[in-house]
Design a protein. Structure first.
Length: 300
């Protein structure tokens, strides 16, 4: 048998391996939080968008929630302003809020355009549309950091309508103040968790710049494939988790506690990371689940 035929057979085997997962997730909602290096590198960007399009075409109901923080920082700097952060949250005055809306709007429509080019319908919205994301002012270390919002309510009406009409919702993390009806910047991780919880997502996937959660951050061979809530609480309690991973893992825990079946922390720098995690026996990254009673057949 020549090498070309062997490669063809290997591709067929991969499709067969994916079959039970495709059946399991058919018609299920999956929220993809898109950010990090996967958003900045054109090749990785197209890889992610192709993955999302394929999820749609095989019968899943993807929802994309995207960030754009590095682009916001760039444009704020071009206007002569210095980007300031408190506890990882951007201090957002009127000027910064205007920049954030413009930048996130541009990112949003670019993602829609890429999905449409791949033959799937997509619609870009932000949390202000249809009062999808209502927020209250969020404080950081007891400080007022401006127009930064904490999601208090998710109205899924517009999202549901888009999905019902065969669109992929692409959501920018801008919310509407419950009292002042002002635009508020929302941490994209927070927005993704709120949306996933509200729609009852089967999966929530965070695309990050690391491989997943490590039992020992200094040991790259200690990647944890499956993490239960009890395990996650223990890692946090032992001080193993720190830095930017701590709030992300806490978001994952909250999402699972509030009904999201499974949360994935994936390396967005790896091409087709969504497909590798969702549709192969080995998978990649770290999956956070309630308890081990809901393990898939391939998981231990």
């Amino acid at each position: 048998m020549d090498s070309g035929m062997e490669q063809t057979i290997a591709k067929a085997a991969t499709l067969i391996e994916a079959l039970p997962y495709i059946q399991k997730f058919n018609n299920k909602k999956v929220v993809v939080k898109y950010g990090g290096s996967a958003m900045l590198d054109p090749q990785l960007q197209m890889s992610v968008i192709k993955d999302v399009a394929l999820l749609k075409l095989i019968g899943m109901q993807p929802i994309v929630v995207h960030g754009g923080g590095k682009e916001i920082t760039k444009w704020v700097g071009l206007l002569g302003h210095e980007a300031k952060f408190v506890e990882g949250l951007r201090v957002t005055d009127e000027v910064t809020m205007e920049v954030a809306e413009m930048v996130l709007g541009r990112v949003n429509k670019n993602l829609v355009q890429m999905l449409e080019q791949l033959g799937v319908k997509a619609a870009g919205i932000c949390g202000k549309d249809g009062s999808t994301l209502t927020v209250e002012k969020k404080m950081a270390a007891g400080q007022d950091i401006g127009y930064v919002g904490n999601v208090t309510k998710v109205d899924t009406g517009l999202i549901d309508t888009l999905i019902k009409n065969d669109f992929i919702p692409v959501i920018a993390p801008i919310g509407l103040g419950a009292e002042d009806f002002h635009a508020y910047n929302i941490n994209a991780d927070d927005a993704a968790c709120a949306v996933a919880t509200a729609v009852g997502a089967e999966k929530l996937a965070f695309l990050t710049d690391i491989e997943g959660v490590y039992r020992d951050p200094a040991d790259r061979n200690s990647l944890i494939s499956v993490l239960t809530l009890a395990d996650a609480d223990a890692l946090i309690g032992d001080g193993v988790i720190g830095g930017g991973m701590l709030p992300k893992l806490k978001n994952c825990i909250d999402a699972v506690k509030n009904g999201v079946s499974r949360v994935h922390i994936l390396d967005g720098r790896l091409e087709h990371c969504l497909l590798l995690e969702f549709f192969t026996n080995r998978g990649i990254g770290t999956a956070i689940i309630n308890d081990r009673s809901i393990l898939y057949d391939n998981e231990v």
